[in-house]
Each structure stands twice: as structure tokens, then as C-alpha cells.
Design a protein around this ligand. Sequence first.
Ligand code: SF4
Length: 181
Amino acid sequence: MTPTHSLADDIRPTGFTCLMCGGCCSRGGEDDGMLVLVSAPEIRTIMDSTGLAWDEIAEPYPEWIPAEGGGQFTLAWCLRRTETACIFLGDDHRCMIYPVRPLICRTYPFALEEGRLSVYACPGIGQKTICTEAEQIAEECIQRDAAEATDAERTREVFMAMDLKPNEYAVVDSEGVKRIG
Ligand code: SF4
């Protein structure tokens, strides 16, 4: 049995159908930051598809860490948000960048964590999932896991070579150290 088939067998009994509620793309309340992580390659894919600039698509993950020699850094990008939702959520609750949405959006509410299936809260859980959808979700979970591992390794290499000056703010990603402001 392939890893995809095996994972699909784990997903199928959970059952899932997207109900188009828009909940996973919206902020639930004041404390809900709704941070959707997006990698540097994924941002470039969205740029190519939409014509938007990097900064129009993504913002630094809002967890700033003091660097040893001064300055502060964060280790990820997330999709820009309005006060209520992801900027790409349409009025009809459809994703406006559906064909190029990040892997985290493709796999939600499922994820592989340390090789095991995790299932996050979602009103679509428990709905009937047809066979091919479980296979597709499984395949995308495996793709996401591999992409995240590669991204983390490259980001670690960039981080090891980082040389921030005091008062500098930067996002460290798989492409390099991107100074902000
Ligand atoms: S990119 Fe699309 S699927 Fe992902 S959070 Fe935004 S609107 Fe939702």
C-alpha cells in the first residue's frame, strides 16, 4: 500500500466535505489572528498568478524574536488579512486564488504531524467524503509535509548565516534574510 493510500484510509472514516462556510479563512473574533502561513515559493506562485507584489500578498508572521547581536526577526510569512478575513476570501466565501492557494489551505483541516494524521476543528468534519477526495487530500498532506521540511531546512541554513544589525527587523525565509522597513 502506498503512503497516499494508507493516509487516505485514515482520512476516509473521519469524513470531510468543505461546506463553503469560509470559517477557516476568517477571523473568528478579536483574539483570532487567523494566521495562514505561506512559504516564499508559494508567494512567488501567487505573485505570478495575480500580478500582486510580495507585500500585497504576505505580511511577516507577528512573532518577533530578539537576535543575538541586536535586531529582531521572524521565521515565516502569512497571508495578508483584512479586519475580518484573508484578503483572498471572496464575498461568496470562495477563494479568489483557488488554483494557486497555499498547501496549508489545500489540506485544512488535515495535516501530517510527525508522520501522523492530525484533524483540526471544522464544521465540514464528519460529512461524507468520497474516495477520490480522500486520496487527493492525502496526497496534498504528503506534499505539504515534504515542502515544509525542505522549507524549514533551507530557512535554518539562512538563519545560521544571518547577520542582523541592531534596530533591524527581518523575515528569515528559505530565500534569504528580508529586511523590513
Ligand atoms: S488563500 Fe483562499 S483558501 Fe487560503 S485562507 Fe485565503 S481565501 Fe482561504
